[in-house]
Design a protein around this ligand. Structure first.
Ligand code: FES
Ligand code: FE2
Length: 462
């Protein structure tokens, strides 16, 4: 349970709030690059600020205030020109640094424009996303995390607009226990109502539920503990009747890269590698990004991608009903059904919430670091520290252990995740958000080819 003040401290992202000032020390994704191919001018809301992202005709990206300083026209309707964005109302033009470079209705000799600037923020493209920095100068370096830059990856991005605060999304990252019920018994219940429940023991809802039944029958429960590293933390879990001398208990799995970046694995020898990012739009909205990077063996012949495709997926189906029959959709439902900004003065945390408590403390600590004039974790200024073709977590054992663990698991389940048919007649690929990937069929085809060539053994080094 938190006080009301503590809840505000941890959830607010607006300018001038302690949490908002912490967030303004990081680069944030504000759009998928491919969205600019569809329309070079995009409305962006990030950390409670309304902005306009544009690519001018020379290819330069700019992120400037939404309101034109002349008479407040919305520059979302601006027209990109060679060196900037022109307001559609009276033609004022702004370059990517926010300088007004033309006021065409003023007399030719006027120097009026020299007095005009608008708010502008630096932006950079990386890995199919446009990233922005809204904090104090000088801007830190944009970290080049592994999946964004790995050679030979086949990438695609799925996004959702969530009507809830970003911290609810983040707390889920430490909440390992939810998978047992939300992705087990609740998944079963959802499919039962749809008449699609199968008894296939390999289906994740059945295996999650069966494991829990076994735990309860043994009088056991899952234990959870945080394990800290240089970028944030991993989460360790262990059945209470099992030996602590297991690698995943010692080092944990699924790293959180502070503040809101979840890196599955990092057993980076698997084919399907993903990030999840919960980007704070404002206090009550979050842009959820699931970032896929498939690392097929080179002989499979992964096609070149001119651009990384992005699909924005609704939370409800065409009948207005919540989509609940895939894993991420279940997570999202749980996040926003806690309320816009969940009232943490009313909660009752138990032992199983240990990693949620740990993440909150980490957030509180980093807010204090910024308040005291310091630099929080994961702010990079040395170019030698931003190249992360591998995550390379400390201690190095994390990488090795999770690699072995995930590879061993994936070796048996990857087929079922992609193109094997369940007894209910649907592809296992469909039990997660992968079903919405813009290039889903290409991925299935690449798996098929890898199988055919006999090169899909995920334990191999590639
Ligand atoms: S409102 Fe933009 S030029 Fe007039
Ligand atoms: Fe989940």
């Amino acid at each position: 349970m938190l006080t009301h003040e503590d809840n505000q401290l941890l959830t607010q992202v607006g300018k001038g709030t302690p949490g908002g000032e912490l967030m303004r020390r990081y680069w944030h994704p504000v759009a998928a690059t491919s969205q600019l191919d569809d329309d070079p001018v995009q409305a962006v809301r990030i950390l409670g600020e309304d902005l306009v992202l544009f690519r001018d005709r020379s290819g330069t990206l700019g992120l400037i205030a939404q309101r034109c300083p002349h008479r407040n026209m919305n520059l979302r309707f601006g027209m990109p020109e060679e060196n900037g964005l022109r307001c559609p109302y009276h033609g004022w033009m702004f370059d990517a640094t926010g300088v007004c470079i033309d006021t065409p209705l003023e007399p030719p000799e006027s120097t009026f424009k020299d007095k005009i600037t608008t708010q502008a923020y630096p932006v950079q493209e990386l890995g199919g996303l446009v990233w922005a920095y809204l904090g104090p100068d000088p801007a830190p370096l944009l970290p080049r995390w592994d999946l964004l830059v790995k050679e030979g990856g086949f990438r695609q991005i799925v996004g959702h607009q969530l009507p809830c605060n970003w911290l609810q999304v983040m707390e889920n990252r430490g909440d390992l226990g939810h998978a047992i019920y939300l992705h087990g018994q609740f998944f079963q219940y959802t499919l039962e109502k749809q008449g699609k429940l199968t008894d296939d023991p390999k289906a994740r809802y059945n295996s999650a539920a069966a494991n829990q039944e076994s735990r309860l029958a043994r009088g056991a429960y899952q234990r959870y503990e945080p394990r800290y590293n240089q970028f944030g933390m991993t989460k360790a879990n262990l059945d209470s009747d099992k030996s602590e001398d297991t690698p995943t208990w010692r080092v944990g799995t699924n790293p959180i890269l502070f503040p809101y970046h979840l890196a599955f694995g990092p057993g980076r020898r698997t084919i399907r590698q993903t990030y999840q990012l919960g980007v704070p739009i404002d206090d009550t909205h979050t842009w959820h990004i699931q970032y896929f990077c498939y690392m097929f063996p080179p002989e499979v012949g992964v096609p070149e991608q001119d651009s990384i495709p992005y699909a924005e997926v609704p939370l409800k189906d065409e009948h207005g009903e919540y989509i609940l029959n895939n894993v991420l959709a279940q997570d999202m439902m749980a996040w926003y059904e806690q309320g816009e900004i969940t009232d943490r003065t009313q909660e009752h945390l138990g032992v199983s919430d240990a990693c949620v408590i740990a993440y909150r403390q980490m957030l509180r600590d980093q807010i204090k670091v910024v308040r005291d004039g310091g630099e929080p974790i994961n702010v990079f200024r040395d170019p030698a520290t931003i190249e992360r073709p591998e995550l390379a977590l400390d201690p190095p054992e994390i990488d090795r252990v999770t690699q072995e663990n995930v590879a061993a698991k994936q070796a048996t389940v990857y087929r079922s995740n992609f193109h094997q048919m369940s007894k209910g007649g649907w592809l296992y690929l469909d039990d997660d958000i992968d079903r919405y990937c813009p290039d889903r069929d290409t991925v299935v085809e690449l798996y098929r080819r890898a199988d055919e060539m006999g090169v899909a053994d995920v334990r191999r080094s590639f």
